[in-house]
Design a binder for this molecule. Structure first.
Ligand SMILES: [Zn+2]
Length: 237
């Protein structure tokens, strides 16, 4: 009889062993009342045709619509800036989009003007079908502070109230998807961990910008912080 170890080695060589992470190897996650799907910034702005398009940003919509059916709790975020917001390159003389400036709270990447409050650019994508969504967190509406994260603004201390809201609803696990993986999705997942939640990013239901290696850096940082990297197929929907 082949020893178990030998079998595993042979099976691995033959590509028979599923490459799922240990926590998910037992089967698919079935979301319960303690889980929330957090859909980050799926707005006209961040898909092709918008002011700050993320490549293939629109392709995640069918996945998100399918995922959302499996969750009791669905929360959306919307990037929601004042005109002339501090994160816009146009607000800094001589600066171009994707350059950086130093602000009192640290380094700020400068973006094209985007997601101005009430504009069509800031509207949620029409194809999103999330009738169960119970809360929309708008963020980045303070003139002099950006907010990639759904939990805490870029100053690292001003809260959006989301952590308290989720805790009040008995949520302890956050599943993040949306745009962009290496900015608002990653910062949201990292802050979820800081606030004491379990956190996972659904990779194929997100897309990244990848500015100067930012996508790999974000995944490394998330791995270190205990954010799980999963696929939409890992969730029973
Ligand atoms: Zn923004």
């Amino acid at each position: 009889m082949m020893a178990r170890r030998e079998f595993l080695k042979t099976a691995a060589a033959a590509g028979m062993v599923a490459m799922a992470s240990p926590a998910y190897a037992q089967g698919k996650v079935k979301p319960g009342p303690q889980d929330v799907l957090l859909v980050v910034d799926v707005q006209n702005c961040f898909v092709p045709g918008g002011n700050l398009p993320v490549k293939e940003g629109d392709q995640i919509v069918p996945l998100i619509n399918r995922l959302a059916k499996a969750f009791e709790h669905v929360v959306l975020t919307q990037d929601w800036h004042t005109p002339g917001h501090i994160s816009f390159a146009s607000s800094h003389a001589g600066k171009k989009p994707f350059e950086t400036v130093t602000l009192p709270y640290g380094t700020q990447v400068l973006w094209p003007d985007h997601c101005v409050q009430g504009s069509e650019d800031a509207a949620l994508l029409k194809g999103l079908a999330l009738p169960k969504a119970q809360l929309i967190i708008r963020k980045g509406y303070h003139q002099s502070t950006d907010s990639y994260s759904a939990f805490t603004e870029a100053d690292g201390k001003t809260t959006t109230g989301l952590a308290a809201y989720l805790k009040a609803h008995g949520v302890d696990s956050v599943y993040v998807c949306g745009l962009a993986t290496d900015f608002c999705v990653a910062w949201t997942a990292l802050d979820a961990r800081k606030a004491g939640f379990k956190a996972a990013v659904i990779e194929d239901a997100s897309r990244g910008i990848d500015l100067n290696g930012s996508l790999k850096a974000a995944w490394d940082k998330m791995a270190k912080a205990g954010v799980k990297r999963i696929q939409s197929g890992d969730i029973a929907a």
